[in-house]
Design a binder for this molecule. Structure first.
Ligand code: NAD
Length: 458
């Protein structure tokens, strides 16, 4: 099958490369000609493990190509995916102008039998709007529009595409549904369940799934706060919850609030859709507010509990919103770093992959080449992203580089006892809060007993 991907960003590029890897002929088109030039040189503008190798193999096999010529890319395609951005719009909704703009531009070049498939995350009713947009340009033709939301995660996008939990195909007619079934047959044959439904349901599935996952994160963050107050340990509590198969163990790690290009935008859009249709999504509305507040509260906590002197230097380790990506959109660092700077602290930052993107969003930051270089002479180290590189840090070396004694770990990467043994004060999440002049994060039966006996303890 000949496929064209409109938009060669995170989703378009990884999906296009993977569709080529399972044997389809794929042409990736992007409005950004500079991006296409880079892709032709196998220099993807995003960091994604395994992507570059897969691109090289697919191009060498003659299954993948890149172009900035729209007509050439669309005119012989059997299936045209729209995988352009859907940024946040006013009032929490999304801005559909890229999707509708792409539909308008491709319309004159589509061959008569082409199926247009919306890959971008869009609000319910968008497939109908795309169909109307194309029909305005091509009234003589009956172009079909389907919906095929993407569930891949940045950092494991290739594996997620090739081994997903399910594939959702939304189509309002049998022919379109059969084309999508044929497209994904190699994955379905390997046992991946296919959910075939209407376009409207497919659009709702994507938002409802992301809202649910975000709710899990928000929930475990609240439970982590409760663990701190009661002298508990979120690791044990989360494991005890997650081993229940009805709940599952994913998305149960406490952190500094979710970020990235999807959860913040998608939860807001889901809530806005609920308001629009008179079915308010109150749980999700509360989650959005709690998540925003959490980033601010955790930034304040560093200032309150850290006892950092104005004018001093602090090291921030991790700028990406999560590990294995260079994406900094809505990352905790974007809230924490300005708060530290406002308190007259000088920030020196490190991230294994996200520095280039972070530079576009952050001012007056000193950039370090390694986590140890960042910590040199700093009064505190603050870990915001769960990179393996940070998990493996040598605590003795880290303590030696710091001029102060504070390690803030908002990803719970370290064993509290090990941190304390290196003479560091430790702030982590969901482990018992200790008296201000001692280490935090170490719970004992004694403190737990005392706090459970006095539930008002703060
Ligand atoms: P992105 O910003 O990385 O890429 C979008 C690309 O579309 C850009 O390269 C841009 O130049 C291009 N573009 C914009 N208008 C165009 C046009 N008219 N013609 C051709 N190209 C055009 O965005 P992304 O992260 O790939 O997200 C795309 C969609 O997929 C969004 O709706 C997003 O919510 C959804 N999604 C993203 C992820 C993720 O992890 N990033 C996961 C699932 C779904």
């Amino acid at each position: 099958m000949q496929i064209t991907m409109i938009g060669a960003g995170y989703v378009g590029l990884t999906t296009g490369t993977c569709l080529a890897a399972i044997g389809h002929g794929v042409c990736c088109y992007d409005i950004d000609a500079a991006k296409i030039s880079r892709l032709r040189r196998f220099d993807p503008p995003i960091y994604e493990p395994g992507l570059e190798d897969a691109m090289r193999q697919a191009v060498a096999a003659g299954h993948l190509r890149f172009t900035s010529r729209l007509r050439e890319s669309v005119s012989d395609a059997d299936v045209v995916f729209i995988a352009v951005g859907t940024p946040a719009g006013p009032g929490g909704g999304i801005d559909l102008s890229h999707v509708l703009g792409a539909a308008k531009r491709i319309a004159p070049h589509l061959k008569r039998s082409a199926l247009v498939v919306i890959k971008s995350t869009v609000v319910v009713g968008t497939a109908r709007r795309v169909r109307e947009t194309i029909a305005r340009k091509r009234s003589a033709f009956d172009i079909r529009v389907a919906s095929n939301p993407e569930f891949l995660r940045e950092g494991s996008a290739m594996a997620d595409f090739l081994g997903p939990d399910r594939i959702v195909i939304g189509a309002d007619d049998t022919r379109s549904r059969n084309i999508l079934r044929a497209l994904y047959r190699p994955l379905a044959r390997a046992g991946v369940p296919v959910v075939a439904t209407t376009t409207g349901n497919a659009e709702l599935i994507k938002y409802a799934a992301n809202a649910f996952l975000a709710l899990k994160i928000g929930f475990v963050n609240d439970v982590a706060d409760l663990c701190e107050r009661t002298g508990g340990d979120i690791a044990d509590v989360a494991r005890g919850i997650g081993l229940d198969r009805r709940i599952g163990d994913s998305f149960l790690a406490p952190g500094p609030g979710f970020g990235g290009s999807c959860f913040p935008k998608d939860t807001r859009a889901f809530a806005a859709t609920g308001r629009q249709f008179g079915a308010p999504q109150k749980l999700v509305e509360t989650l959005i507010a709690r998540n925003d507040q959490r980033k601010v509260a955790l930034a304040r906590r560093i200032l309150k509990e850290g006892r950092l002197s104005p004018g001093g230097r602090v090291a921030v380790l991790g700028l990406a919103f999560k590990a294995n990506t260079d994406d900094v959109r809505e990352s905790a660092a974007l809230t924490v770093i300005p708060a530290l700077q406002e308190a007259s602290l000088q920030v020196i930052a490190h991230d294994p992959k996200a520095e280039a993107n972070a530079r576009r969003h952050m001012k007056d930051v000193i950039w370090a080449e390694s986590p140890y270089a960042a910590c040199k002479g700093a009064s505190a180290a603050i870990v915001l992203t769960e990179w393996d590189e940070y998990r493996q840090l040598n605590l003795s070396r880290l303590a030696g580089e710091l001029s102060g004694d504070l390690l803030v770990d908002y990803r719970n990467l370290f064993d509290p006892q090990a941190v304390v043994q290196h003479g560091l004060r430790y702030i982590s999440l969901g482990r018992s809060a200790a008296p201000a002049d001692q280490c935090t994060g170490v719970s004992s039966l004694k403190t737990w007993d005392r706090r459970v006996a006095a539930p008002g303890h703060a």
